[in-house]
Design a protein around this ligand. Structure first.
Ligand SMILES: CC(C)(COP(=O)(O)OP(=O)(O)OC[C@H]1O[C@@H](n2cnc3c(N)ncnc32)[C@H](O)[C@@H]1OP(=O)(O)O)[C@@H](O)C(=O)NCCC(=O)NCCS
Length: 216
């Protein structure tokens, strides 16, 4: 699925950018963009420890492409467990990194990537998305720290920046513990543990997905 964005109806013939599934051809440009926007220290972030050596969640890696084909934005989501509810792991998604080429900041690319990613995660039946980021930015998409008080990262983190969006109302209620990766491993380090979020079936009863809540 892709989405074409326009400044206005008057300029409808000239799409500014499109949101498309990430392909292998995007990888080099994506990594260069992330280095440029976030610096080389990005690899030392605690979130990166959850992503390292893993593949993004199925169908949940997106690129923003300019009209000239240049990659101008990226966002990916990863399978994790968001602690446990009782004895049962809480499958969820970790979002990040989100980055947009500085030449395109404030043109709506970041927002379009976020809304597309959230919509696809909901469509695929995921119950919650977590991330580490600025509440001032992610609040507009419905993320807050309200549901993460009993959750932590597997390394240094600022609790007020650990945010969640419950796609299913109350999905994270009772979830306690440390986020851990369950995304498929990259091919070079496959160990056979691909069960990941498919352990979902045994989740707490209340974690049925009763309603979809997406705030823009
Ligand atoms: C954050 C980022 C992805 C936003 O991309 P974008 O395409 O400029 O976003 P949008 O055009 O949809 O929204 C821009 C708005 O968000 C605001 N904004 C951007 N970053 C913000 C932040 N950290 N805190 C609060 N507001 C922020 C802008 O000021 C702008 O506000 P306005 O609409 O009132 O002018 C981009 O600034 C970026 O790549 N930053 C560096 C990497 C980063 O910090 N990533 C997030 C952590 S994973």
């Amino acid at each position: 699925m892709s989405a074409f964005l326009h400044i206005s109806a008057l300029e409808a013939a000239a799409p500014l950018f499109s949101i498309v599934p990430e392909t292998k051809r995007d990888v080099a440009e994506r990594e260069a963009l992330l280095d440029a926007v976030m610096g080389l220290g990005r690899t030392r972030k605690t979130s990166e420890a959850i992503r390292r050596g893993r593949r993004p969640a199925e169908g949940l890696a997106f690129s923003a492409g300019a009209a000239d084909g240049r990659l101008i934005g990226t966002v990916r989501l990863w399978n994790i467990t968001a602690g446990r509810c009782g004895a049962t792991e809480t499958p969820a998604l970790l979002l990040g990194p989100l980055a947009v080429d500085p030449s395109m900041h404030k043109a709506g690319v970041g927002g379009a990537l976020m809304r597309h990613a959230i919509g696809e995660a909901a469509r695929l039946g995921h119950g919650a998305i977590l991330l580490v980021g600025d509440p001032e930015y992610y609040g507009r998409f419905g993320f807050s720290s309200a549901a993460t008080a009993n959750l932590s990262m597997p390394g240094p983190f600022e609790p007020h920046r650990l945010l969640a969006l419950e796609i299913a109302l109350g999905y994270l209620a009772g979830a306690t513990g440390t986020l851990a990766p369950t995304s498929r491993r990259q091919p070079s380090v496959i160990t056979g543990d691909t069960a990941g979020h498919h352990r979902f079936a045994a989740a707490c009863q209340h974690r049925e997905i009763p309603s979809i809540v997406i705030q823009n």
